[in-house]
Design a binder for this molecule. Structure first.
Ligand code: GTP
Ligand code: MG
Length: 375
């Protein structure tokens, strides 16, 4: 039996050989669909596979968010971890210094952010080369990826790394496609486009769905710019992860000012030199912005809030989330909350559980039993 890696290679070769034009686009679409399926299979630990298949490193999640440091060997991932956390991860001039996941804690604005230093990955990581698969699984569980790049190396490094992450279903700085897909028990395929699609047509979707044996389903394409790759992402949605990524070029002490300037202006990009202690603070600030965590201060009746003790919640959190963050049973005795700050129309505003809080709001929870204000 041909193994999955070989099948993947065959399809990739066929795609490279096939010229892209109107006549071949259906065939190319089908190949893309098959490729996505095989790649997902590759990540599943098959029967009797033994050893670490799709599993990540055994590091439990802690803190308010997790950032993964992903990059080729010797770009300075461990050096960065040692700079921003109290954890020392071994640093050396040779490749593959770090052999497992090393967690550190970055304290910022009252939040604790777990930073995961990971082994360097190499080309072919998606197919299991090196510790690639484990590194990638760890990256998948994070809220944000810091892709550490070596400013002195060729520009292709970034695209190569992106391709590795792409191959295992990680989508960087993208929103999930605006396509609705629902499997049905019967009734055939119903494909609808909300506006005339620029890159798709009914036959293309039909072919791919048939290839996936999804003969009964409903599709509504809401985005006129949707592509065939996005459509496949929707079919494979259980294997897709949409993660924010900040591209960080390290070692800018060793490049020209001109080059530095070009890199610094790329989108979602920051530049730093761990050796010269340059730009590190900026990288940390940018991470905080991207994570979009919010600080909420709780207040008891008659007492000033404690601005030293922030409660950290995710963006778009509600009073209900705030209650849950304080204590798991608090909302059972919830009556109303008083809110001071950016989310309040007037201060204090009396709100219910569904009210969405803003960064640095002050919240006082009033419960049914007397004295049940937020602690
Ligand atoms: N010139 C320069 N060298 C740096 C900088 N940061 C780190 N280095 C050097 O780069 C080498 C590799 O650093 P590490 O932090 O071990 O790199 P890594 O990415 O963790 O490497 P692996 O664990 O092997 O994947 C070390 O010799 C560091 O001293 C920098 O800002 N400028
Ligand atoms: Mg390292």
């Amino acid at each position: 039996m041909v193994n999955i890696t070989e099948k993947i290679k065959e399809i990739e070769d066929e795609m490279k050989r096939t010229q892209k034009n109107k006549a071949t686009e259906y065939h190319l679409g089908l190949l893309k669909g098959k490729l996505a399926r095989l790649r997902a299979q590759l990540l599943e630990p098959g029967p009797g596979a033994g050893g670490p298949g799709g599993a990540g490193f055994d590091v439990s999640k802690s803190g308010d968010a997790r950032i993964a440091l992903v990059g080729f060997p010797s770009v300075g991932k461990s050096t960065f971890l040692s700079k921003v956390t109290k954890t020392k991860s071994e640093v050396a001039a040779y490749s593959f210094t770090t052999l497992t996941a090393i967690p550190g804690v970055l304290e910022y604005g009252g939040a604790e952010i777990q930073v995961l230093d990971l082994p360097g990955i190499i080309e072919g990581a998606a197919e299991g080369k090196g510790r690639g698969r484990q590194v990638i699984s760890a990256a998948k569980t994070s809220d944000m990826i810091l892709m550490i790049l070596d400013a002195t190396k060729r520009a292709e490094q970034r695209a190569l790394l992106e391709a590795e992450l792409e191959a295992v279903g990680i989508r960087l700085n993208q929103d999930p496609p605006n396509i609705y897909l629902k499997q049905k028990k019967a009734g055939g395929m119903k494909i609808t486009f909300q506006a005339p699609p620029k890159n798709l047509d009914e036959k293309m979707l039909y072919n791919i769905l048939r290839d996936y044996r999804m003969l009964n389903c409903e599709v509504l394409v809401r985005d006129e710019n949707a592509t065939i790759d996005q459509f496949i992402d929707v079919i494979m949605k259980d294997h897709r992860t949409y993660i924010k990524c900040l591209y960080v070029y390290n070692k800018v002490d060793a490049i020209s000012l001109e080059h530095l300037n070009t890199l610094a202006h790329e989108p979602n990009t920051a530049v730093m030199s761990c050796e010269m202690d340059l730009g590190i603070r900026d990288v940390v600030d940018r991470c905080w912005e991207e994570l979009r965590l919010m600080r909420v201060y709780t207040k008891r009746k008659g007492i000033d809030p404690d601005f030293q003790e922030a409660l950290i919640v995710r963006h778009d959190s509600t009073i209900e989330d705030v209650c849950d963050a304080i204590h798991r049973t608090l909302k059972d005795s919830f009556k109303y909350a008083l809110v001071w700050g950016a989310s309040a129309r007037h201060v204090p505003q009396r709100v219910g559980l569904s009210h969405i809080v803003a960064d640095e709001d002050v919240v006082s929870i009033v419960g049914t039993k007397s004295g049940l204000a937020a602690k």
